[in-house]
Design a protein. Sequence first.
Length: 172
Amino acid sequence: MTQTAEVLRGCVRPHATSPSRRYNEVALMPSTKREQMGEVHVRVRLSNPADLEQAAQGLIDKEKVRSYEVEALVDTGVTRSVIPPEILHQLGVSIHRQTTGRLADGSQVAVGMSGPIMFEILGRETCEDAYVVGNELLIGQTVLETTDLLVDCKKQKVIPNPAHPDGPVFRI
């Protein structure tokens, strides 16, 4: 068994037809029901990528980059990450469009889709949009995949992929 398979062994992935968690194809929003298993949290630094670019070009001081650090819930059942509107506002990132998500109970909710946000977890970075809803930052599958991070369910923590301990490796 590979190291990656060993890390993933024991992780229970919710099934799309599971009564405890259901998603639709529109926004893949998490349900309002919590599963009866341990939660995994990770420290995340969110930043405004436009500010980061201006700082890199020397147009603004690095201290002026709008950033926000928080312990986020990692939810492997969520495709795209979810950010509360208050955090989005503090980053100075706007909502670019609206979409609809369906919860496990069948209800639909309107959610915004943010502009790009820089996610930094365990020294690895990725830039992507997020759903804007709720009051808790959720890290979804796409952030984990592009940073090449895995959830170690036994130890209840996020770890670098053992196959790529020095950073993500992408196919070109």
